[in-house]
Every structure is written in structure tokens, then in C-alpha cells.
Ligand binder design. Structure first.
Ligand code: FEO
Ligand code: CA
Ligand code: CA
Length: 645
């Protein structure tokens, strides 16, 4: 999400086909690990010197050949997706295309709310490929983070109506498609065709801002989740602002509600809870509250409390009802990355993307298989923690539980509904906008993007500290943390993987080993160990009419590939004008990469002109199209090899 990021400071299926990807995912090759494990982080007291020794040790453990086999590409300011020589990028599906059967996209924006309910949502973001048949047929689940309501309609936001509110809600949420490269299409390798969306498909589905979603976990039915439409506090209509994602070893998808606050309006005095979560009079400019009272927090003060959660979806059961998992806490969840611990419990990492917010970890009480055997969802029963990063390179997970003395008087539901407030009291470390988190399973190492924080160290704002070392942090950075023996430990060591910017320009303060980038957001560890990094520089800095300031010369938003040991970083893909590159997932054989291109051509104000929606971009439809469209792109290597090799 570029333009309408909240820059404020408010301080089930046991599906056997899934085993293949899960096995790959949870036992990925170790890169930093051999060395780290050998040293075993024997004592975190010496963590500083230990961490400095890690790369050398790991390097000895790592094959000499670079993981990066492709030719890095230059920056691009073209209105196109650019990939290295020997690779092909093709659009698979775009906003408004049917997810199964249903109406086609109208280039003039005249599709109805009902049309949109069965079409690919707007502004796609995090995604997961769930195999149905290995690497040649699967289900793709992708979030639709937000809408540009001017671009969404033929006549923009004029004459706002309940039909417009419904269409905007239906363009939010999650889109699910079945994809295959079997059958039709020109055979390329092994007789297989090109990737296409299967239509009709029993899996094709939309979950929107209007889909009934159950509330699960400890906060179910809490008085603060009850509304006039749902006096039991157990069923919410819709999921909103789904940014990054996760998936579970039992084969479900996790959609994360990020900037949910922007859809609500509250005039007059805010409650402390509203203030902490940014429920304001102006919101982000959406007009839903004018036709649907649940977005008017003066009338429905509890409706905002029903957003800001992680939503579990079973893609293999198209008629299943999604569930908001309240034990994971309520905040602006960027994503929810699941890592199985060695003892079988699940650990879930989640960043709260706002300036000076926190990084969280959830640990299930039971090993996930045992939990499910007992009929308990592993995401409903566990402990939530928040991260404290110490200056000496060590860190601590602070429990957010009623028995934490710093939370004296708080019930569990107080903590889960006002997670930010609890984390404040617990003493968490204020970070530079935590975005995606991923893991190197065997090396017990997690990695997270901190996209930027231009207020760090300015005025009365918090000063720089060891984990957030740059004032007015324009370019962002990437941080890692590691454990000695298992993911469930409450202490860890940490270091900074990269300070973003232009390494050729000392003024930028970057230590990137390779190609420049800034505002890292999406991050994804491939089974092969390649580290993929996606950028989200705001449209105000990358639009063709204003390539000035700190991001001059950085080109359009991009995706890079890094070797996690050598840190060598090469630019692999550049997106079209004013897009964000967000969402990436590989098939298990790593021969197909799915990449999200979000909000091409978005105007710097956050909405396009209904007069000239193609002012900045006409991607992907070009001259034939009426407006730019967020799309899911397929990248393949022309020789049939692994992506990045
Ligand atoms: Fe939706 Fe934090 O990016
Ligand atoms: Ca993001
Ligand atoms: Ca972002």
C-alpha cells in the first residue's frame, strides 16, 4: 500500500496434497545455520562477538557457487514488467477478471458490485500457492489490500451510493483461483502448457468485505466485539486491508488485516482505544460510512474492534467459513508468518506496520498435530509475545499475558483487543515500520523488513537505537534474529542484514552488497535459500512527473534476490510505473514464480483521476485498456530452470 499508508503515529483441512509443499517449506536448506548451530549460541551473554562470527562460519558451510545465477538488471522507468535476459513475465490475472465463471472486466469501470463479488479483487498483495498436483496445478490465494475508489468506478467517487460502497467492499478481501499449466496452451517443456486460470473451478472463490467470517479464540463474544447487527460478537462481515499473509502446516491460508482503521470515521472525542488504533474523523477518505452505518464509529463504536486480526481461510474447502483468530492479537498485522518449532508447536511472526510499532510472536501451547487431535485450533491457544531488542545484540520476547506483572489488572481479552496498549506497558522496542517476516527454518533465523521511518530521531520522536540506527530513516533496513536451540526460546540474538539506500552514495548510509533499493517490504525465503526482497517506495517519490528527492535514480519499484550468506544482492524484476511490487511465492520446484504488481499508475494523492486514469500507467492492457490494473504475474525461466539460478 503506497499512498494511503497510515503515516500517523498512534504509538482446515488435512489435505494430503499439501504435505509436499509443507515438507519443503519447513525443512528448507540451511544457510546461516550450520555454523550458528555448531556454536549453538551457547550463551547469549556473548552474543555480540558470536554474531559477528556467524557469517564467516556459515560461509565455510556454504557452497562456493553463488546462489545468484542471473544477470542483474538496471533500474527501469518503463511502464512494463522487466526481468533478466532468459526470463519471461506474463500476466496471469488482473483486477476484474473472473475468478471462476462470471462477468468479464469492463475497461470503463462499469462492472457492478455483484460483478465484483465474483471477480479478482483490486490491489493484490501477499499470496500463497497451494499445490493440488505438485508444481503444475494448484490453488493461488492472494490478498486484495485496498481500493482506489476513483479508479474503481466509471465516474469516480461522485454521486456516492450504497451500490458504490458494496462494490468497494467487494473489491477488498481475498481472491482464490485454481491455476494449471497442464493441458491447453502451447507445449514448452515436458509437454506442459503455459500457466492459466482454470475456469470454471470449484476452488475459485472471493472472500470480500461483506463475507461472513467467524470470530475464533479467546475474544469470541467479548462485549467489545458485539454490535447491533451481531449482538453475540461472533460473526463479522468481511475482512479488510489484507496486506501480507502466511500459511499453516495444516494447509490453511492466513490473511492479515493491516490499515483497517482508515475505513472508519469517529468524530468528537476518541476513546483511548480509538486513539491508540487511529480511528479518526477523516479516516483514509473512504465514503462507506455515508451509506453503511457500521463504518460510522459514532453509531457502531465496536465495529472497528472486529478488524485488525489474522483471518484463517481453508482454500481446499470452498464452502468453509473463514475465522478471525483472536489469540494472535489485534494490531495492523502486516503478515503472519508461521514456523514450526522443533517440538511441533507453531510460532507465528507478525509485524505491526506503523511508525514506532512493534514485532510480535505467538507460540502455540501444544504441538500443532496434538492440538488438532484434541479439536483445538493451534492458533486459538497460545501465548503472544512482543519483541525487545537490546543494544548489545541480544533480545527478549516479552509475554503479553495477565500474569506479566507489568500488565497487572489486564485480562487476556484486554490484551488481545488492545494489543498495542499491552505491548506499550510490557516495554517493547519501537521499530521503523515492521513489514514482512520470513524464516530460514534450519538455521533458526528469522528476517524482517523495516520499510522506513522518516520521523525516527526527529523532533520529539523516539531517537535512533541499535535496531533502528538511522535518523529520518528514508530507505529502511532489514533485521534478523536467531535462536540457540528452538524457535520457542524467549531470548535471541539479532543483527542488521542490510541498511537500504544506494551503496554507491555514502550519504545514503547504505551497506547493500550489490544493487540499490529502498523501502523494503515483501520478503520471501525460497526453499533453495534465495532471499527475495520487494520494494514499496511511495508514489509521491516514484511517479514519472516527480522523480526527485531521495529516490531519484532508483527507478520504479522492484524485486531483488540476495544470497543470505554473502549478502550479494541483484535486481531481478522492475515493475511498471507507480506500482508496488508485493506478493511473491514459488512452486515447490522453484521453476515458477508468482509475483504481485499492485496499484500501477496510482496518482500521488492516492487516487486516480476519473478523467484520465491512465495518466501514469496503462499497464497491463496498454492502448486497448481503459485503466491500469493490479495483476498477478507469472515468471518462468526460458530454459525451464529454477528462478534465480
Ligand atoms: Fe500493506 Fe505495510 O504494507
Ligand atoms: Ca506491505
Ligand atoms: Ca509498505
Amino acid at each position: 500500500m503506497a499512498n494511503i499508508d497510515d503515516d500517523g503515529i498512534s504509538n482446515i483441512s488435512d489435505n494430503e496434497t499439501f504435505d509436499e509443499v509443507a515438507a519443503l517449506r519447513f525443512s528448507r536448506r540451511s544457510f546461516i545455520g550450520g555454523g550458528l548451530t555448531a556454536m549453538a549460541l551457547a550463551s547469549l551473554s556473548g552474543v555480540g562477538s558470536l554474531l559477528s562470527a556467524v557469517p564467516a562460519s556459515a560461509k565455510a558451510n556454504h557452497a562456493a557457487a553463488s546462489l545468484l545465477g542471473f544477470a542483474g538488471i538496471p533500474i527501469s522507468e518503463a511502464d512494463a514488467v522487466v526481468v533478466p535476459p532468459g526470463y519471461t513475465a506474463k500476466v496471469l490475472i488482473s483486477w476484474g477478471d473472473p475468478v471462476s465463471t462470471g462477468p468479464e472486466f469492463n475497461q470503463d469501470g462499469t462492472n457492478t458490485a455483484d460483478d465484483q463479488a465474483v471477480q479478482w479483487g483490486m490491489h493484490n498483495d501477499g499470496l500463497v500457492y497451494f499445490p493440488l498436483n505438485g508444481s503444475s496445478r494448484g490453488i493461488i490465494v492472494q490478498n486484495n489490500e485496498y481500493t482506489d475508489d476513483v479508479l474503481l468506478f466509471h465516474d469516480g467517487v461522485s454521486r456516492w451510493s450504497s451500490e458504490k460502497t458494496r462494490k468497494s467492499l467487494n473489491a477488498h478481501g481475498v481472491s482464490i483461483i485454481e491455476v494449471t499449466k497442464q493441458g491447453r496452451g502451447k507445449p514448452r517443456f515436458g509437454g506442459e502448457g503455459e500457466w492459466r486460470v482454470v475456469r470454471p473451478s470449484t476452488y475459485g472463490r472471493r472472500i470480500t468485505g461483506l463475507t461472513p467470517i467467524n470470530i475464533g479464540g479467546p475474544a469470541t463474544g467479548d462485549g467489545r466485539l458485539r454490535t447491533s447487527a451481531d449482538p453475540s460478537g461472533t460473526v463479522v462481515l468481511g475482512t479488510l486491508n489484507n496486506c501480507a499473509m502466511g500459511f499453516t502446516p495444516w494447509g490453511t491460508y492466513l490473511a492479515c488485516e493491516e490499515n483497517f482503521n482508515g475505513y472508519f470515521r469517529k468524530t468528537g472525542v476518541q476513546t483511548p482505544l480509538e486513539a491508540r488504533y487511529g480511528i479518526t474523523a477523516a479516516g483514509f477518505g473512504y465514503l462507506w460510512h455515508t451509506t453503511d452505518s457500521r463504518f460510522n464509529a459514532n453509531l457502531e463504536p465496536n465495529e472497528p474492534n472486529r478488524f485488525g486480526w489474522v483471518v484463517e481461510i481453508d482454500p481446499f474447502a470452498p464452502n468453509s467459513t473463514p475465522v478471525k483468530r483472536t489469540a494472535l492479537g489485534r494490531f495492523k498485522h502486516e503478515g503472519a508468518w508461521v514456523q514450526e518449532a522443533r517440538d511441533g508447536r507453531v510460532v507465528v511472526y507478525s509485524g505491526d506496520d506503523e511508525q514506532f510499532e512493534y514485532i510480535y510472536r505467538y507460540v502455540s501451547r501444544l504441538p500443532w498435530r496434538e492440538s488438532r487431535e484434541q479439536g483445538i485450533n493451534p492458533l486459538d491457544d497460545g501465548i503472544l509475545y512482543v519483541a525487545k531488542f537490546n543494544a548489545n545484540g541480544s533480545g527478549t520476547w516479552l509475554p503479553l499475558t495477565p500474569d506479566n506483572p507489568l500488565l497487572n489488572g489486564w485480562t487476556l481479552n484486554d490484551i488481545l483487543i488492545n494489543t498495542r496498549g499491552a505491548a506499550d506497558l510490557a516495554g517493547a522496542t519501537k521499530m521503523d515500520r515492521p513489514e514482512w517476516i520470513d524464516t530460514f527454518p534450519e538455521s533458526l533465523t528469522a528476517i524482517a523488513t523495516l520499510t522506513n521511518n522518516t520521523r525516527r530521531g526527529t523532533g520529539t520522536n523516539p531517537p535512533v537505537d541499535a535496531p533502528n540506527p538511522r535518523p529520518a530513516n528514508t530507505y529502511g533496513h532489514i533485521i534478523r534474529w536467531y535462536y540457540a536451540n528452538d524457535w520457542t526460546e524467549n531470548t535471541f540474538g539479532w543483527d542488521i542484514f542490510a541498511l537500504a539506500g544506494d551503496p554507491a552514495n555514502p550519504a545514503s548510509g547504505s551497506n547493500i552488497v550489490g544493487d540499490k533499493y529502498g523501502s523494503p517490504d515483501g520478503i520471501y525465503v525460497a526453499p533453495s535459500g534465495r532471499l527475495w526482497i520487494q520494494t514499496d517506495v511511495s508514489g509521491s517519490s516514484v511517479n514519472p512527473e516527480n522523480r526527485a528527492g531521495a529516490y531519484q535514480g532508483f527507478g520504479n519499484n522492484q524485486m531483488l534476490c540476495a544470497d543470505p550468506v554473502t549478502k550479494e544482492t541483484r535486481r531481478f524484476l522492475v515493475g511498471p510505473n507507480v506500482c508496488e511490487v508485493t506478493g511473491v511465492f514459488l512452486t515447490p520446484d522453484e521453476k515458477t514464480m508468482f509475483v504481485g504488481i499492485q496499484h500501477p499508475g496510482e496518482a500521488p494523492t492516492g487516487s486516480n483521476s476519473p478523467i484520465n486514469p491512465k495518466r501514469f500507467s496503462s499497464w497491463p492492457d496498454g492502448a486497448a485498456g481503459g485503466r491500469p490494473r493490479s495483476s498477478l504475474v507469472v515468471v518462468t525461466k526460458n530454459d525451464g530452470g529454477q528462478i534465480g539460478s
